[in-house]
Design a protein around this ligand. Sequence first.
Ligand code: PLP
Length: 352
Amino acid sequence: MRPLVAHIRLNHLRDNFRTLKRMHGSGKMLAVVKANAYGHGAVHCARALTDLADGFAVSSIDEAIELRSAGIENPIVMLEGVFSAEEYALVDQYDLWPVVGNQWQLEALLAYNWQLPVKVWLKMDSGMHRTGFFPHDYAPVYQALMQSNYVTDVVKMTHFACADEPMKSMTADQIDTFDLVCTDLAGEISLANSAAMMTCPQAQRGWGRAGLALYGVSPLGGTDSRFKPVMRLVSQVFGERVLQKGESIGYGATFVTTQSTRVGLVACGYADGYPRRAPTGTPVAIEGVRSRIVGRVSMDMLTVQLADHQHALGSEVELWGDVVNVNEVAAAAGTIAYELLCNVKRAVRSYE
Ligand SMILES: *Cc1c(COP(=O)(O)O)cnc(C)c1O
């Protein structure tokens, strides 16, 4: 069996949830477990948070039903709402909270004959311009929902485009837009993703929606000691050799030694979700000591530099986790931690 394991520390997940809830203030908090909990396993993560989370957030009806089928009874928000009008029957059956972000979702919701009362999350497009009602259309839509006999509450929500870039004024502008429209609209609100909880005090109210930071990774890049990485992706050195000066390694022969170099072969590649674009120099940790990748990442393997006299066969290699922050690997590969975590596959997930 390949030695690639994603250790998932559920106690870290719980600690991060508490930390974020404290940072967010008095409001409630959704744990965002979409995309299989950012690659960490949605059912395991949700089960670990049932007594803490005020609700969960997913991206589709399938993800919601997966949680319900596993016995999760907390509220579940569907962040993108339904993808067809027929899905409202399942939203009703499984007692879910749909986001409504456009006209057809609204009309289908109002036309559906609900068995259970429904709590709707009404999305405003305050500047992201992917989905949501424009500010000038928002109040009439809110009123239409409030007048429906089926709708118990409307949670007013919006999403920020640049909360991870606190120097930009965009988040403040989005909040101003949102507040202006909502002045006379009663009920709960939801503004903050992880980054806004960290950077934007004006967004720390209502329902927080904690994603990346919940998994112990800062959306601002780098390492933030307030959060504990939940995933530790580790493998092993299963081959080693000494290359003489001037020899190349791997596809494309892109890396050429400048001196005699000890190289270890690690069971992890891009078919496991490790980014192929991670260049020579991308950090790894071998038995807790930082080293680097040399040469190109292959489908099932990658190669790392070993210390000169290190006998490394069987050594543990941390691809990311505690010594190497996943943000470092993402930066080296020209992407973001979100993508790397969501992409992890083939690795055995071990829950601890
Ligand atoms: C994914 C998502 C979040 C969580 O974002 P993070 O940056 O991971 O905290 C919050 N709100 C919405 C609408 C989302 O789609």
